[in-house]
Ligand binder design. Structure first.
Ligand code: ADP
Ligand code: MG
Length: 743
């Protein structure tokens, strides 16, 4: 029996899925595999685990496991469910790559999909679980797809053993044919339960014109207009990345300052707020398209109805100019602005779920995470820039680039849907309807878009040799599979078969490959770890690999500043950072390790100083990234110790710099992992064209590549280098560069 608080119980009863509890549970009792579709916010993630728990599906030895494609969701949903059920985190727990609070009492476990994949390697039958829920299946993340393929085999195996396992696949869209109509995956079509969401109508407003590039500025102007003119209700803005989110938050906070200590006087505030809106209306009376505001409730106060009667600018959709707003600070309109993106600390993410301070309007500026993973209460207005930042990979060369592209129509509709959860809402699309019509209908599954060597190594470690026969919901391209096998053979992780069998993509895993597969990092880095036992190099390799794996170790100091003050501060930081970079790069032979030595030095210095936010801030390091590096070092150290039981490694916060002999060996290790990432400086006599000035030539690319300006080796230009990755921006740039000697 679950002892929920009356408020919780009341809130739950409002969720559409509660009405379907019986239907859902009957389907689950009678079928091994069930698919549940329901709009974001209908209660799938928070309620289905509770239904199962109350129906007796969980016990400490037989848990309910729920996978999420994003860490954000795994952490926050476990906390939410624990709270709703009034149970401790010892019982409702989470596990993500670096951390978790799972105990032997855990009965409901939220985890990222990657975590469950690792568990399958240790225990193919997943005997700890009685139910697995694959959540957010519509996102089609690579690991989610693979898990569904694997579970399609595990479920019948468990049935044969007489220990049945239930599989529940949950999706926010009805587009589940890749799972239901794929007989290689599920020979019997699983039942699909559709939960009707109580979705209020959302009026969609397209822009007349599509801004060429300044969609951030356009978002700013739109939020200002909404906040100044439209009735109460939260605003949710979709942007593409963390930097954009922060910069818009700063601009909005500056335009509509909100002081914490004001909240006591909220009634007074509110009165002032309303009054000032009346005043302002006279000053800046807008020409707006009133047809768009027909849904405004009549009892919201006369201010708003006034807009409804101003009918002379039909089609111009709030088309007035309020000035830039940056300059005119408006203290009487408090806007409670919160950022939301995946790398944000969980306690900061939690803020969006709480009611905003009285007398303020909530405005959440988010990346894609708010599209389906999290539902923010009280959102009435959505501002959608129509873009998403994605990483693109070249299938053959692995060159990657971050590109901001248009979203799919399905995504745009998901975003719009966020506005209609509690009452009718509005979605402002900052692009024209013609542009929308040109969007792809759906986004392609991740597995078709990125290199798959890590996935293939994991699958081979599960003894799935003929990867091509695997029941993928959507298979990766044969090119991508072939490139992955080739790299894994080159790294020694797979045994190359004679008689051209390799062409059929069925090389078995080698002993080295098995060791590599136990390390939770990309195969190249796993290879470096597997080679590092000599010369006591492991602690260094572990640190370098951790630093290379964690995203964005260094603060972005080249970002555009929003004020002169910030510009000056950034400049100071850049000067300081370039000094530190030289210090971290070390002396003599160490310098040859280039950017990898900088990473090693930075982590070393940061740990020596106790890894404080202050140290990071002063030295251009991202605190959150440094914490991740620390956790990953811990985790890799444990992984290495369990492979070579005599290594006796521990994470030393006072790690000494490597000796000369160690540096030499580290450079060989790096070359072994990045052997296909060698580049040679173009010789003077080869300089036919100016575009080859300071350029490097690689084996795979026709075009010149360059050392990234942020690299310590940018001015050195060594003859031979290896690089961690090539990223395409204005040019092809190598990042994470070390010098190597020709053989
Ligand atoms: P779905 O998985 O179908 O998208 P969820 O189960 O995630 O739906 O959410 C159901 C409801 O629970 C949403 O309306 C959301 O506002 C609410 N909710 C979820 N997490 C929290 C939280 N941490 N705090 C407050 N409300 C929450
Ligand atoms: Mg959900």
């Amino acid at each position: 029996p679950v002892d929920r608080s009356p408020e919780m119980q009341e809130a739950r009863l409002k969720l559409p899925i509660l009405a379907e509890e019986q239907v859902v549970m009957e389907a689950i009792n009678e079928n091994p595999i069930v698919i549940i579709c329901g709009e974001t916010g209908s209660g799938k993630t928070t309620q289905v685990p509770q239904f199962l728990y109350e129906a007796g599906y969980a016990s400490p030895g037989g848990a309910i496991g729920i996978t999420e494609p994003r860490r954000v969701a795994a952490v926050s949903m476990s906390q939410r469910v624990a709270k709703e059920m009034n149970l401790s985190h010892r019982v409702v727990s989470y596990q993500i790559r670096y951390e978790g609070n799972v105990t032997d009492e855990t009965q409901i476990k939220f985890m990222t999909d990657g975590v469950l994949l690792k568990e399958i390697q240790k225990d193919f039958l997943l005997s700890k679980y009685r139910v697995i829920i694959i959540d957010e299946a519509h996102e089609r993340s690579m690991y989610t797809d693979i898990l569904i393929g694997l579970l399609s085999r595990i479920v019948p195996l468990r049935h044969k053993k007489g220990l049945p396992l239930k599989l529940i696949i949950m999706s926010a869209t009805l587009r589940v044919e890749d799972f239901t109509d794929n007989t290689r995956l599920f020979s019997a079509k699983p039942p699909v339960i559709q939960v009707d969401a109580r979705q209020f109508p959302v009026t969609v407003h397209f822009n007349k014109k599509t801004p060429l590039d300044d969609y951030s500025g356009e978002c700013f102007r739109k939020v200002c207009k909404i906040h100044r003119m439209l009735p109460a209700g939260g605003i949710l803005v979709f942007l593409t990345g963390q930097a954009e989110v922060h910069s818009l938050c700063r601009r909005l906070r500056k335009a509509f300052p909100y002081q914490k200590n004001n909240t006591e006087d909220s009634v007074e505030e509110l009165r002032k707020f309303k009054k000032s809106r009346k005043r302002r209306k006279v000053l800046t009376l807008p020409k707006i398209d009133l047809n768009n505001y027909s849904v405004v409730p009549v009892d919201e106060g006369d201010e708003d109805r006034d807009f409804d009667s101003d009918d002379d600018a039909a089609g111009s959709d709030l088309d007035l100019d309020l000035g830039d707003g940056d300059s005119e600070e408006d203290s009487s309109l408090p806007l409670y602005v919160l950022p939301l993106y995946s790398l944000l600390a969980p306690e900061k993410q939690e803020k969006v779920f709480r009611a905003p301070p009285p007398g303020t309007r909530l405005c959440v500026v988010a990346t894609n995470v708010a599209e389906t993973s999290l539902t923010i209460p009280g959102i009435k207005y959505v501002v959608d820039c129509g873009k998403v930042k994605q990483r693109f990979y070249d299938r053959i060369t692995g060159v990657s680039s971050f590109r901001v592209t248009w979203i799919s129509q399905a995504s745009a509709n998901q975003r719009a849907g966020r506005a209609g959860r509690t009452e009718p809402g509005h979605c402002y699309r900052l692009y024209s309807s013609a542009v929308f019509m040109d969007f792809e209908k759906f986004s392609a599954p991740e597995i078709t878009k990125r290199p798959v060597e890590d996935l293939i190594l994991q699958m081979k470690a599960l003894n799935i040799e003929k990867v091509i026969n695997f029941p993928f919901p959507t298979p990766p391209s044969t090119d991508a599979l072939a490139a992955a096998e080739e790299l894994l053979i080159a790294l020694g992780a797979l045994k190359e078969l004679k008689q051209q069998l390799a062409a059929k993509l069925s090389c078995p895993i080698s002993a080295l490959g098995r060791v590599m597969a136990t390390f939770p990092v990309a195969p190249r880095y796993a290879k470096m770890l597997a080679l590092s036992r000599q010369h006591n190099c492991l602690p260094y390799t572990i640190t370098i690999v951790s630093a290379m794996t964690v995203r964005e170790l260094f603060e972005e100091l080249d970002r555009p500043a929003v004020s002169e003050e910030e510009a000056a501060q950034l400049k100071r930081k850049r000067v300081r950072f370039s000094q530190m970079q030289k210090v971290w790069a070390g002396q003599g032979p160490m310098q040859k390790l280039g950017d990898l030595m900088v990473m090693l030095g930075a982590v070393g210095a940061c740990e020596y100083a106790g890894c404080t936010p202050k140290f990071c801030e002063e030295n251009g390091l991202r605190y959150k990234a440094m914490l991740e590096v620390r956790r990953l070092r811990g985790q890799l150290t444990t992984a290495v110790n369990s492979v070579c039981t005599d290594a006796g490694l521990y994470v030393d916060p006072k790690m000494k710099p490597p000796t000369e002999a160690q540096v030499t060996f580290l450079r060989q290790i790096v070359l072994a992992g990045l052997g296909d990432h060698v580049a040679r400086r173009v010789q003077a006599e080869e300089l036919l064209d100016d575009k080859w000035k300071n350029a490097y030539k690689t084996a795979l690319l026709e075009d010149p590549v360059f050392i990234h300006p942020s690299s310590v080796l940018f001015r050195e230009l060594p003859e031979f280098v290896v690089y961690q990755e090539i990223v395409e921006t204005t040019k092809l740039y190598m990042k994470g560069v070390s010098a190597v000697e020709p053989e």
